[in-house]
Write a protein that binds this ligand. Structure first.
Ligand code: G3I
Length: 367
């Protein structure tokens, strides 16, 4: 049965059983429709690894061929205390991926935002370098051959393209980024090594990101790819900047991945994903508690469809597209920058049912 016929059969099945409580399995599959183009993935939570998210359970292995741990491989989660590691959850994540024949993108070795408290309080540079070096060697070494790629360094840039004054920069100097890639390569030579950031499709930050990548390359250190996180806003997806960025990053001889894709539909007066930013609740902050209006459903469907057509146009440069969550109920955007909102940034709703945006992405895969 060819893809187009299978797609329409699915759409009929789903619409026919719209009233039934059980969602029949969706025949159309993102990973199958894009299997000759690029990997399709999702960020997976600990609850989902434990099987405590029924809406996600059938979707993960059906729709995706790669997964990223949303939180359980971050420094804070792996390092309970100085000299101690707790790999129990991360190991379970790897077992989960293996059981479901899924590739893994490790996230993330070096990130200022989720450092363990003890690491933040380290005064001595030598001790901090020991924390840094041991972390990379121990974590990347343990999962060598088990993860296909790593977000080696995450969000090291400011919006103007300069280096963020993180504890890593302050203590170790600006070579810490190349050092992180060098150390990771030593213990995990077969893994694709990525630099990952948000808004690095925007010209100023893109220029800083290109300079950072060139510095790593000029140091003779391996870097295989750049992650454009893709935390965008409905009606304001920067298509022009995304295309320019794909071309400019690919010209460096590296892969491009969209690593944390979601499309914000709620009011927010700033872009990006600076997790430390907050926003105060206003009267219209949470306008769609009951459901998403048809007009916004259509707008986000159009944005996703147009985005995937653009990515397909450059599929030779795109290695992977990972959604930052499996379904709307999981999304971090329900609680950031204002806790307790009802957001709708992904392709599947809170019950794991495909939204119009899903069918737009499937339709975009038709040649
Ligand atoms: O695990 C604890 C739980 O024990 C506790 O009861 C609960 C309430 O305090 O907090 C839980 O930890 C939360 C964690 O998510 C797991 O749910 C943290 O507070 C919360 O800050 C953390 O948020 C994550 C955020 O990164 C910060 O790490 C989001 O889920 C995650 O989606 C988000 O992802 C980041 C990427 O890693 C990097 N790029 C930006 C992206 C969005 O911020």
């Amino acid at each position: 049965m060819n893809k187009l016929f299978s797609f329409f059969i699915t759409a009929a099945l789903i619409s026919g059983c719209a009233g039934t409580r059980q969602i029949r399995s969706v025949t159309a599959s993102l990973k199958d429709m894009y299997k000759n183009d690029f990997l399709i993935g999702a960020a997976v939570s600990w609850q989902q690894v434990e099987g405590k998210d029924p809406a996600a359970f059938n979707l993960i292995s059906r729709q995706f061929n790669t997964i990223t741990p949303e939180n359980i491989m971050k420094e804070e989660e792996l390092r309970p205390a100085w000299g101690e590691y707790d790999f129990s959850r991360a190991d379970r994540f790897i077992d989960f991926a293996k059981a479901h024949h899924l590739q893994v993108n490790g996230h993330t070795l070096i990130w200022h935002s989720q450092m363990p408290a003890f690491a933040r309080s380290i005064e001595s540079v030598d001790s901090f370098r020991t924390f840094f070096t041991d972390h990379i060697r121990k974590v990347a070494g343990r999962y060598s051959g088990k993860v296909q790629s790593w977000d080696v360094v995450n969000e090291a840039l400011n919006e103007d393209g300069t280096l963020r004054k993180s504890p890593f920069l302050n203590k170790l100097g600006d070579n810490y980024i190349a050092d992180a890639f060098k150390l990771t390569n030593e213990v995990s030579p077969g893994t694709d090594l990525y630099y990952n950031d948000y808004n690095n499709e925007q010209p100023e930050k893109r220029a800083g990101c290109i300079a950072l990548i060139k510095k790593i390359q000029q140091a003779g250190v391996r870097i295989d790819g750049v992650g454009i996180q893709g935390h965008w806003h409905v009606g304001k997806v920067p298509f022009k900047e995304i295309e320019e960025s794909i071309l400019e990053y690919a010209a460096l001889g590296i892969k491009v991945a969209i690593t944390e894709l979601d499309i914000e539909v709620l009011p927010r007066n700033f872009t990006g994903a600076e997790v430390s930013q907050q926003m105060k609740t206003e009267t219209n902050s949470n306008p769609y508690v009951k459901e998403l209006p048809e007009t916004v459903q259509k707008q986000i469907a159009d944005d996703y469809g147009r985005l995937f057509k653009l990515l397909l146009k450059h599929k030779d440069k795109i290695a992977r597209v990972t959604f930052w969550g499996v379904h709307d109920g999981q999304s971090w955007l329900n609680d950031w920058p204002i806790p307790g909102r009802t957001n709708y940034p992904l392709l599947f709703d809170r019950n794991g049912k495909p939204k119009p945006a899903f069918y737009s992405v499937i339709a975009a895969s038709k040649r």
